[in-house]
Design a protein around this ligand. Structure first.
Ligand code: HEM
Length: 133
């Protein structure tokens, strides 16, 4: 027995990926991806910086001196915050893979978020003199 199936136009704003409809779980995932990719980007930059020793100690020292600029200290605050969120949310996801805490996924996200925000505040306090002199 066949049934006639009619199709209707799928509107972008009806989908869960429409910005106004994104819910906690997807924000958690988006932040996880952005922070993961940011750390990979940092890793490549870090290898580049360390490799400057290949051009001799003077070049290495010059690169190190350039990295004392406030913008890099600010970048380190963001890197530490990204690592904190990614690690905490990573543990949250690993727990879900083991069947633990799935029903509390929103509360666990906010727990990870608040801890990462607290880490941001503390790191900013420590790095403040390096960023703002
Ligand atoms: C405490 C340390 C870490 C934990 C617990 C952790 C956990 C995880 C987990 C569970 C995933 C899979 C997410 C999913 O299933 O959607 C993931 C993805 C990923 N992680 Fe980590 N991670 C850690 C550290 C790192 C570090 C140091 C980097 C980079 C240098 C990194 C980069 C990534 C990237 C690029 C992805 C893929 C993101 C995506 O596909 O959305 N992670 N991590």
């Amino acid at each position: 027995m066949y049934r006639l199936v009619t199709t209707r136009e799928v509107r972008y704003r009806d989908l869960d990926i429409w910005p106004g409809r994104i819910r906690v779980g997807m924000w958690a995932w988006l932040l996880h991806r952005v922070t993961g990719l940011a750390m990979v980007l940092y890793l490549f930059m870090h290898i580049g910086v360390i490799s400057s020793i290949l051009w001799g100690p003077e070049t290495f020292d010059a690169v190190m001196a350039a990295l004392k600029a406030p913008v890099f200290a600010a970048g380190e605050v963001l890197l530490i915050t990204a690592g904190l969120y990614h690690g905490l949310n990573g543990v949250r996801m690993i727990l879900f893979d083991m069947g633990i805490g799935v029903r509390s996924q929103k509360a666990l996200f906010w727990g990870a978020f608040v801890l990462a925000a607290a880490g941001f505040a503390w790191t900013l306090k420590v790095f403040w003199p390096l960023i703002f002199g």
